[in-house]
Design a protein around this ligand. Structure first.
Ligand code: F0G
Length: 415
């Protein structure tokens, strides 16, 4: 054990100054490697996806491309439950930003790239709003298979673009939106020998199923009332329905939670479809600050419909302001996420206020990407003047002067 000695007089200010403390480690004893917890070694111990291999497609273990994805935290914070209006319920954050490339995409990608590896793919491709491309680039690089990604030029965050470039994929920026990029790529793979890694590839949703398995395992297989998630191309909504029906079929859970999919109001074709009683579907021209879910013609629309029907779920829309305020709230409690991810919390807050979700519900909101995935949106929210956002935390500017610094301490921090 390290001991910390306080060598200072007992005034409060000095006692908390760490420079006046001495840290000493006791080395007057013998330790062996056995005194330290062992790093788990096997694929199943290290990967939160392959641990559920008995509910995944079979792939020879020597072909599996894993970066120890999954095993993400489930956080509970009273302030988020309060924000959601769950007065006697609670809101948990399943944080998929804690994956190797900082988004939920790594779960599907380990399965798809492993399959590509097993079938001897010579090149893997995807269209993306930024996270799929970063994930594919990383897993393809791990496997040593070339990757090509199509992104809408100027419409994805720089952090994601930078990540994808850094992992070495060939990045093709097209003059068009995500929907156009995906169509173009699907045309390409009809004639060229290219392995498609978008969620229309059935191996991708297989990996995404493990988000649900992991949530249920973290709750000791007690079923929450609701699992809420953002919806874009709807691969995840599709995967969640499949995961839940399989978990039910094999006897892991006695009932199904409601799946609640939240879209940005400017990119809400699934909401319109839901509100028509799933009678009439029409693609839209997408526009939202949450670039990850700026999708007007989701590829998995019909499979996502099945999930909502199976679980008696809800599909709802939230405005960009609602998304950004919920994001600022998730950020402020120290958890952090990218804009699209906050749709889960913003949507539940709206549905509780509208009486469509009970305030005593246990809700798990899937937070899909890390706060560092879109730092431009963070800076904009906190610096904007017109309007000044409710949770804005603007940096304070002072001259390099001690009195000015003390004033900040007393007024802005302690005051
Ligand atoms: N949240 C984030 C952070 C995303 O990146 C995405 C999708 C979604 C939510 C929506 O998930 O498509 O399964 O409904 N991003 C894709 C991409 C489209 O290319 O990175 P979905």
């Amino acid at each position: 054990m390290a001991s910390v000695q306080d060598n200072t007089p007992s005034s409060r200010e000095q006692r908390t100054n760490p420079e006046t403390f001495t840290v000493s480690i006791n080395t007057e004893r013998t330790l062996t490697a056995a005194d330290f917890p062992r790093t788990p070694g096997t694929l199943a111990e290290r990967s939160g996806v392959w641990r559920f291999a008995s509910l995944l497609p079979e792939i020879p273990e020597d072909k599996i491309v894993s970066r120890w994805e999954g095993n993400t935290p489930l956080y509970w914070d009273q302030r988020l439950s309060d924000y959601a209006g769950l007065t006697s319920g609670r809101f948990g954050v399943k944080h998929e930003g804690h994956n190797p490339t900082a988004s939920f995409k790594d779960r599907g990608m380990t399965v798809a790239v492993s399959h590509a590896n097993a079938v001897g793919a010579r090149v893997i491709a995807c269209a993306s709003t930024g996270n799929t491309s970063a994930s594919l680039a990383s897993y393809a690089a791990t496997a040593g298979i070339p990757a090509i990604v199509l992104v809408p030029e100027g419409k994805i965050s720089y952090s994601k673009l930078g990540q994808t470039i850094a992992y070495g994929a060939t990045v093709v920026q097209i003059d068009g939106d995500f929907d156009r990029a995906l169509k173009l790529l699907r045309e390409l793979v009809e004639t060229e020998n290219v392995y498609l890694a978008n969620s229309v590839n059935p191996y991708r949703p297989e990996g995404q199923k493990t988000i649900v398995f992991e949530i249920l395992a973290q709750l000791d297989w007690q079923v929450p009332d609701i699992i809420a998630l953002p919806g874009g191309n709807l691969g995840n909504t599709r995967a969640f329905g499949k995961a839940l029906s399989e978990a039910y079929a094999v006897g892991l859970i006695p009932k199904l939670p409601q799946v609640v999919t939240i879209q940005a109001a400017g990119a809400a074709p699934f909401v319109n479809y839901f509100e028509s009683g799933f009678d009439h579907y029409e693609p839209v021209h997408a526009d939202t600050i949450a670039t990850a879910i700026k999708i007007g013609d989701p590829a998995s629309i019909e499979q996502a419909r099945e999930t909502i029907q199976l679980t008696n779920g809800i599909v709802a829309a939230v405005s960009d302001d609602e998304i950004m305020d919920a994001k600022a709230q998730i950020d402020r409690v120290g958890i952090g996420c990218e804009p699209a991810s906050a749709a889960s919390l913003a949507g539940i807050r709206k549905l509780v206020a509208a009486g469509k979700v009970s305030p005593d519900a246990t809700v798990v909101g899937v937070v899909t990407g890390h706060v560092l995935k879109d730092t431009d949106s963070v800076v904009k929210y906190h610096f904007d003047d017109e309007p000044r956002h409710p949770l804005a935390n603007r940096p304070v500017q002072i001259p390099a002067d001690l009195d000015a610094l003390k004033k900040v301490l007393n007024d802005a921090v302690l005051g």
